[in-house]
Unconditional design. Sequence first.
Length: 109
Amino acid sequence: MQGREEGRDPVSTARATAKQDVVDGFTRTTLTCADAHKDLETVKKLYNVLVEAKAKCGESTQDFSFPRFHRLIASQADNLKERFNCDSVRFTVDVEGGHVSFKAKAERD
């Protein structure tokens, strides 16, 4: 217990190193989508990147189907476009501190 608290526990050290490797090895992905209802290719790319990032970070993807994700993204994009009066939405997938970060932002032309 004391070794773990002081950072000398090999299992904890290995786990922290593995998480850091994921952070260092992941490249932020940004995709812009004008119509998430119709642009299935972009939404599918976004889904695949997100699933890959979650898998690398050890996060569950068990209840994370593409149809559910597509509905969520389309709804979120519609809301942002209406709220900010913009034509498209920029989605970003990144790994921060060993956890997946997924953000959507209004994209003004």
